[in-house]
Design a protein around this ligand. Sequence first.
Ligand code: NAD
Ligand code: TDX
Length: 332
Amino acid sequence: MTRMLVTGGAGFIGANFVRHTVRHHPRYRIRVLDALTYAGDERALDPVADRIEFVRGDVCDAGLVDELVADADVVVHLAAESHVDNSLDDPSPFVRTNLLGTFTLLEAVRRHDRRLHHVSTDEVFGDLGAGSTERFTETTRYDPSSPYSATKAGSDLLVRAWVRSYGVRATLSNCANNYGPFQHIEKFIPRQVTNLLLGRPTKLYGTGENVREWTHVDDHNAAVHLILERGRIGETYLVGSGGEQTNKQVLDLVLELMDQAPGSYEHVPDRPGHDLRYAADSTKLRTELGWRPRHADLRAGLTRTIEWYRANEWWWKPDKDTTEARYRRLGR
Ligand code: NAD
Ligand code: TDX
């Protein structure tokens, strides 16, 4: 058995990763480290609870992290503050968790010479022109816009420096926007879906012309496994489905799939510094490691995701009022 430590394993991508790993990679014995912030929910791990060990704790707690890393062969690092709007409102937990947390983990991994995979975002590159066909690559210059992406960029740079200076055995991935089950209802797609399920208006920032490359969480997690198995140490791999959509297009598709008229949304004030367009060139991952998105059909993926939110009100409904109260305070 390979002992795997997953940080942030009760969050959206982390919980899907843990469930995917239990199902498809039984050689791993998994331990999850998660602080259970507002974004973490241990119930997402219920179906695999008897196959994993859950530790509630902070990735910035050096003593705890040292102990857990010493007892692992592989570490997959997903713990982070992840929501751009929250980072604009209060950057401090982002600086702490994303920077100090990654530093704490890197020091433990260095001491115990453990394999690390660092999960990051394509937002570290900033944004692209709305009309351009340019895509981010592994060598695009870092140019983050928000406190969230700046702290993620900083965490990537720490990982790269620890590889070069201390020989830490780490890989990195920078993925485009994910969607799928268990995504917090503060994020774009689940916010709209749950609003519609409750008979409330959907909310579109600004003109809705911003472009994202929606990638199903299972495709992202399959990429992480390929990188863990065959990725080259020190290398970065970009992950993206290739399907770009404006927010308006995605919202119209959600409306159509939920039997609502196109264009029925409320325009709300734009997010400050709102990145225009993200697009990741995942050629390296595809050619070196043979990755292909299996859920590139957004219509099919959204249909299943909408069904999941419809069937799992127990999971998201208790958070709805607090989440929307936060948005009201932000004017969005
Ligand atoms: P999420 O907010 O849903 O989950 C984050 C998890 O980390 C939660 O369970 C939370 O409790 C935990 N956590 C937060 N602070 C912690 C701390 N100090 N110590 C321990 N645990 C802590 O986020 P997500 O969308 O699942 O993202 C996971 C990772 O993937 C992040 O690093 C994010 O930057 C990256 N990423 C996300 C996307 C996306 O579209 N969601 C895309 C690319 C990369
Ligand atoms: O109500 C909304 N209306 C709206 O128009 C919300 C919540 C968002 N938006 C827009 C803003 C973005 O252009 O939708 C787009 C997607 O928004 P988010 O879901 O907040 O994602 P984004 O800011 O693109 O960042 C996401 O992808 C990259 C994740 O939250 C990050 O963790 C990841 O790194």
